[in-house]
Every structure is written in C-alpha cells, then in structure tokens.
Design a binder for this molecule. Structure first.
Ligand SMILES: Cc1ncc(COP(=O)(O)O)c(C=O)c1O
Length: 390
C-alpha cells in the first residue's frame, strides 16, 4: 500500500468545481494583486479567528518579518523563541539584524517551556541590559497552542511584545482565564502560513498577520506595499509583501471547509491513539503518542493535528523501514536551530537545550489528513508494529 504523508490531490478533487470556478472568476477579472478577493478573505479570516484586523501577505515567513518590522525590532534588539521550530521563525529575527535568543521546549507538547522563559530573560538581561529584549515568539507547533497564560504574564512583567507563530495552528484554540481564544489573538500579533501543506493551504505561497491593534494593522498594510500610502510616495521603508488575489480566492473556498477538516483530522488522531494503544507499542515503550494539553478543558480545537507526531525508538531505522512499506513520514525537525551552521555566530553549543535536542532524535510525523481511511491507518500501525517485532 502507498500512503503519502499528505494527499493534497484528494482534497482538491473533493472541492474541484468550486475552486475551478473561483479561479476562473479571478482570471476573468484580471485583478491579481490585493483587491476585493484579498479584502474579503481578510474580513473572513478576522471573523474566523476572532481578531479585529487581518492583513494578507506573501508567505508565513514574510508575515514574521513584517510583524517584527511593525514592532520596530532591529539591530541591538533580542527576540526570544524556541530552538525547535521551522527555520523561518528564527530567520526573521536574524534577517532584521536582531539577536535570536532561545528558550528550551516542554517535553510533552514540544512547545516553548513557559517555566523556563523567565530564567532565560533574566540571564539575558544580566548580559544585555533591560532595553535589549523586545519580543517573544511562541510557536504553536504541530497544531497545538503554547501554554500562553504564563507567557503573557511574563511578557507583561518584562514589557515584551508577543508575536504568535501560528503557521501550523490556524484555528487552534486555547483556554485563557477569560475564555477560549484562537491562535493569533493571544499576543499582540499572530501570523499564519498558507503554504500548500498547511491545514488551510493555497496553491502557492501566502500568509497573514492578525491583530486587535488598529495602529499595528495600519502599519502592516503600509509595510506590505513598500511603505507607500500614495502611489510613488514612500513614508517608511517597507517591501513587497502582498498576498495575491488567486491565492485569496482559493483560500476563501477552503476556509468554508476548515472546521470540518480539523474535526476529521482529530478523528484520525483519536483512531491512531486507539490502535497504537491496542498494538502494545505504547506500553512496551517503543513509541509515545501525542498527549494534547487542553483536551479536557472544553476546548473544541484543542489540537488541529497539522501533524500527528510520535516519539519513536530507533527513529531513523523506523523511517527507512516505513519508506520500504510505502508509508510517507517526515522529521520536523532533524536539527534544532541553535545548532544550525548559519546561527553558529550566536555561540550556542550542543547540550544547551537538551529537551529540544532529544526531540530531534525521536520525532516522526506520520500521515494525518481528512481523506485518510481507517484501512490506511491500520496499515501504518501494522507496519510500525512489524518494524519493532522484526
Ligand atoms: C512554524 C512555522 N513558522 C513559519 C513558517 C513559514 O511559513 P511559509 O512557508 O509560508 O513562509 C512555517 C511554514 O512552513 C512554519 O511551520
């Protein structure tokens, strides 16, 4: 059996007529950059997320850069984040000539560990002086929110901006003391990626920044169009960070199905949990299955399962074995950011973030998407069992 890690063709076929119609409409209109499709999509995403403002941009990576630019992050500033994330989170900080500062992750969720944040801030401040740390970027990895209440408390205490990297967590919810809120509405700014493989993915690159702060929203809009309010007059230094109309129109169609898709992914995850438990692999300590943090807090989208990630013994051998069985897998991520060559100038070394480093040797994402069948899931689990019994 051949089971890809993700089957985007199956998703397209399920909504092909609507999508094709939308694409034709945009092509007929010949309005490709920003325009009404983008504006409508921004309104719909703001309503979906519960944010006041949404600004469509060219990618999740650009959404991070433009967010930090809007907050005035630059040379001489430090920004704290996790070493266990996609490169773009840290790349954005470094590209603005600010200093990435890392804080280790929680074992259970793979997200930045709020209990360690204050210690990191204190030790940095002793080195840098209090004005140096400008922001923190919690990353809601794999589709589950960071434990944001202690992060927000810490941000308040140390006067930090909070930019939520929600690239993998569109619509994921978190129980705040004031009620349930969605990713992107917990900090000052939240970013999304519409990379094709995301739960809400376009037919190319796309991204978004969401915020409740009008001034920031206006600045983001200015920055995404070269800092120009009136054509050929430039108030501030921006760039071309625009979302195009074709992507927005496709994403508008997909947005209508997003909650159903989240629900289906969750059902697949629950089924995996069940059959992994029954296989005995969990009890024997061969694998660990995901343990969602907010499942019992009355939160519907406690996890949107952008990825279903196991911890696995002999992970690399298992991965090769599964390849031979036709099962698609991936390692998100094989090397933490503090040990990447391009960040060697920061002076981190192996052993600095042991929880993140351990995770890089153990994590394995297996197929999870709405169209996955239970027969396919059975095959994935049987194949994993076969590996450990061989
Ligand atoms: C956590 C995280 N941050 C940022 C990004 C960057 O998004 P994009 O690929 O749209 O530039 C991604 C997407 O891959 C991501 O997973």
């Amino acid at each position: 059996m051949n089971i890809p890690l993700l089957d985007l063709r199956a998703q397209y076929l399920s909504i092909q007529e609507e999508i094709d119609q939308k694409i034709l409409e945009v092509v007929s209109s010949q309005r490709f950059i920003l325009g009404p499709e983008v504006e409508e999509f921004e309104k719909e995403m703001a309503a979906y997320s519960g944010a006041e403002f949404a600004v469509g941009v060219s990618s999740g990576s650009d959404a991070l850069i433009i967010s930090l630019m809007a907050l005035g992050v630059g040379e001489g500033d430090a920004v704290v984040t996790t070493p266990f994330t996609f490169f773009a989170t840290v790349g954005a900080i470094a590209r603005l000539k600010a200093k990435p500062v890392f804080c280790d992750i929680e074992k259970k969720s793979f997200n930045i560990d709020p209990a360690k944040l204050e210690g990191v801030l204190e030790s940095q401040l002793r080195k840098e002086g209090i004005s140096a740390i400008k922001a923190v970027i919690p990353v809601h990895l794999y589709g589950q929110c960071v434990d944001m209440t202690p992060i927000m408390d810490c941000a308040k205490k140390y006067d930090l901006f909070v930019v939520e990297d929600s690239a993998q967590a569109v619509g994921a919810e978190y129980p705040t003391p004031e009620g349930i809120k969605k990713a992107c509405t917990l900090g000052n700014l939240g970013i999304l990626s519409f990379f094709p493989s995301k739960n809400l993915g376009g037919f190319g690159d796309g991204g978004m920044v969401l915020t409740d702060e009008e001034e920031l929203a206006q600045k983001l809009k200015l920055l995404r169009g070269h800092g120009s309010r009136n054509k050929y007059f430039y108030d501030i230094l921006g760039g071309n960070f625009r979302l195009d109309a074709l992507q927005a129109s496709i994403l508008r169609v997909k947005l209508k199905y997003l909650e159903t898709w989240h629900q289906k992914r969750r059902e697949k995850a629950l089924y995996y949990n069940k059959i992994f438990q029954e296989s005995g692999l969990v009890e024997e300590g061969k694998i660990q299955i995901p343990e969602p943090l907010y499942k019992d807090s009355g939160v519907k989208n406690y996890h949107i399962y952008h990825q279903y990630v196991l911890r696995a013994k002999e992970r690399d051998k298992l991965l090769e074995f599964l390849k031979g069985k036709g099962v698609g897998t991936a390692v998100y991520y094989p090397l933490p950011l503090h040990l990447q060559k391009c960040f060697s100038y920061l002076g981190y070394k192996e052993g600095d973030f042991p929880v993140a480093e351990k995770a890089t040797h153990e994590v394995l994402a297996i197929p999870v998407y709405p169209e996955l069948t239970s027969e396919q899931q059975d095959y994935v689990v049987t194949s994993i069992s076969a590996f450990y019994k061989s």
